[in-house]
Design a protein around this ligand. Structure first.
Ligand SMILES: [Zn+2]
Ligand SMILES: [Zn+2]
Ligand SMILES: [Zn+2]
Length: 342
């Protein structure tokens, strides 16, 4: 190799070293010499090869989050055998002329509000429910009313935080209203979620619980109560990401979060099963930790009563799986102590 060529390569190396912070560098498959991390990355990267998930740790020498052998990363909800998945052939679809969904005419839009998404899939009604188009609609996959169903598009990184264990962030800028990821796991009934939390609680004090209740609203034909009435436990659903889950399970709590959970329905007639989708509530700079409020809508005074996340739109981690702990979220309006995963 000529001297000129060699120095050009050295210059390239130098530029790479100077301008690309290590947490932004992609560890190419073959170049990562840690077998544990390599296996982890293979297991976690199942949903979008164009937006790879990476792992970064400059706090200690743990190569990747400890994941049990029998844990399975999933790219969609996994239905426990006791839960009947909704039948997609029964979904109510729109009949938009020419297969083009137009905001104020599409039956899938919210009457008087139009589509939940602005151009580019940006959510415009943060905190509300969203009804996307489905397979029985006249439109195709590029309809503006299909965002969460297209899956994660944002690159994510699991990184070691100073005080909260592993957390989640993105090397990309995320715009306010942008869809980040849905919380996936095993879909179980609330009755079994409460049983499980009890079991998890008693199994080991150090074990984390990853149960998120889906209690946006309950629509029962037998009951007049509507949105405010509580369903019987066997009709209520929770997402348990203890044994099945996706990268969303690494998102930590914050009292001033940058993500919000939105209930995204596949059809207007299927109201008890839906995706719990994380959307950005503010512009998020690259490498900022992604957080959500585990107990949105709950105050500190509400210590004894009921489960966390009650109320309309109030998905949260199951209260029985939480305990009052010192909060390390670092937010200016931190509650100090907060119900956190055990
Ligand atoms: Zn339509
Ligand atoms: Zn539609
Ligand atoms: Zn459509």
């Amino acid at each position: 190799m000529s001297v000129a060529k060699k120095s050009l390569f050295q210059l390239q190396d130098l530029i790479l070293t100077i301008y690309i912070p290590p947490q932004l560098r992609l560890v190419k498959d073959g170049k990562d010499d840690n077998p544990e991390r390599k296996t982890f990355l293979k297991r976690v990267n199942i949903d979008n090869p164009h937006a790879p998930i990476t792992v970064y740790n400059d706090v200690d020498d743990e190569p990747c989050p400890p994941i049990k052998k029998h844990f399975k990363f999933v790219g969609s909800l996994y239905y426990h055998p006791t839960v009947v998945p909704p039948d997609p052939s029964l979904y109510v679809g729109c009949s938009c002329p020419g297969g083009v969904c137009v905001e104020n005419e599409c039956e899938c839009a919210v009457p008087g509000q139009g589509f939940s998404y602005l151009e580019g899939g940006i959510l415009q009604y943060s905190g509300d429910e969203v009804y996307e188009c489905n397979d029985n609609c006249a439109c195709g996959s590029n309809c503006p009313n299909r965002v969460v169903q297209r899956g994660r598009q944002v690159r994510l990184q699991i990184f070691k935080t100073a005080k909260k264990g592993w957390g989640l962030r993105s090397p990309e800028f995320i715009q306010a209203g942008q869809f980040v990821i849905a919380y996936y796991g095993e879909l179980i009934t609330l009755a079994s979620a409460e049983d499980r939390s009890f079991v998890y609680e008693n199994l080991s004090r150090g074990s984390m619980s990853y149960v998120m209740d889906l209690d946006f609203f309950f629509d029962s034909e037998d009951d007049e109560g509507g949105a405010d009435s509580l369903p019987p436990p066997e009709k209520k659903h929770s997402i348990d990401a203890t044994t099945y889950g996706n990268v969303a399970r690494f998102a930590n709590h914050s009292c001033d979060p940058n993500l919000v959970i939105v209930s995204v329905f596949k059809s207007k007639n299927v109201t008890n099963l839906y995706d719990a989708a994380f959307f950005a509530v503010k512009d998020i700079e690259p490498l900022t930790e992604l957080t959500f409020d585990y107990i949105a809508g709950n105050s500190m005074e509400d210590e004894e009563g009921g489960r966390a996340g009650g109320g309309a739109g109030g998905e949260g981690v199951s209260r029985s799986a939480l305990q009052l702990q010192e909060c390390f979220c670092g937010a200016e309006r931190c509650r100090g102590k907060v119900w956190l995963k055990k």
